[in-house]
Design a protein around this ligand. Structure first.
Ligand code: KMH
Ligand code: ZN
Length: 275
């Protein structure tokens, strides 16, 4: 079977130390956990960062420090967030793109997000696509609800993103789409055949949806941003622990785990070996 790309979302914007003491917050902690996750089998690091007070920030300098710290420890593909924290301005959210990371998230629609609204207007979606193109950043189209696929396909039709597209289906956010097999099958049928796709199951859905993705030939995202538990009632002690479990299961399923360079080839990232 085909190689499996594991993305690790190490921190996110919403999880707090009150919820789990294992959340990395500082640049050293984030870089350490990112490197450990990479050593365990993650090829892509989905990156949010926090300021000195532990608050989510899109500050370019803070991102640069994190990227340098991760780069000094491992060769993972770094995918910066432009989803950031609910309520941040469009302008603020764009900031890390100028650092020309290999990838960035592109949230292709708006949803209720817990008790808040995660707003991504059609205007912002297009601006994100244009800025990513300007800086040579490959988008990962984030899909929190089925309509986001249609919005992503509109970008393709308008020539704002280039094929092959890469989608991440974020399943089980309260206010977003369900984390179940019929929804996943529907999503995979809606995207162009040359696309790559991964699944982020939120909370208790992380493991089950990762399994579904692996069986269906897709890729997988795990990490403390999406889920802080290893199993019911037991906190995950690190991002690497969540990655290592996927690696073990992938071995049983016969899905070889992609190294960062192999993931670069599968995702056709430019500027590196894209054979
Ligand atoms: N923090 C969420 C509101 C992304 O990184 O692009 C959005 C999010 C998605 O985490
Ligand atoms: Zn994120």
């Amino acid at each position: 079977m085909s190689q499996l790309i594991i993305t690790c979302a190490v921190q996110g914007a919403e999880v707090t130390r009150e919820q789990t003491p294992y959340l990395p917050i500082t640049v050293e902690e984030v870089a350490e956990q990112a490197a450990d996750a990479c050593a365990a089998g993650a090829a892509v690091i989905h990156l949010h960062v926090r300021d000195a007070a532990g608050r989510p920030t899109q500050d370019r300098g803070v991102f640069a420090a994190h990227i340098a710290a991760i780069r000094s420890r491992c060769d993972a593909i770094i995918q910066v967030t432009t989803g950031a924290e609910v309520g941040m301005s469009d302008e603020v959210r764009l900031q890390p793109l100028a650092l020309r990371p290999e990838m960035a998230s592109l949230n292709a629609g708006s949803i209720n997000f817990g008790g808040q609204v995660f707003a991504n207007s059609q205007g912002l979606i297009r601006r994100l696509a244009r800025e990513m193109d300007r800086f040579g950043v490959t988008p990962e189209i984030e899909v929190f609800d089925t309509a986001f696929v249609s919005n992503g396909l509109a970008l393709l039709q308008e020539g704002l993103v280039s094929p092959p597209l890469h989608f991440n289906f974020v399943m089980g956010v309260p206010g977003g789409m369900a984390a179940d097999l019929p929804t996943l099958v529907y999503l995979t049928q809606r995207i162009p055949g040359d696309s790559t796709w991964s699944v982020s199951g939120i909370g208790r859905h992380q493991l089950t949806m990762a399994l579904a993705a692996m069986v269906m030939g897709g890729h997988v995202r795990v990490g403390l941003e999406d889920n802080i538990y290893y199993r019911k009632g037991e906190l995950a002690v690190s991002n690497a622990q969540l990655v290592a479990r996927v690696v073990r299961i992938a071995g049983e399923l016969g899905r070889p785990v992609a190294s960062p360079d192999e993931a670069r080839r599968i995702l056709k990232l430019p500027g590196r070996d894209s054979s």
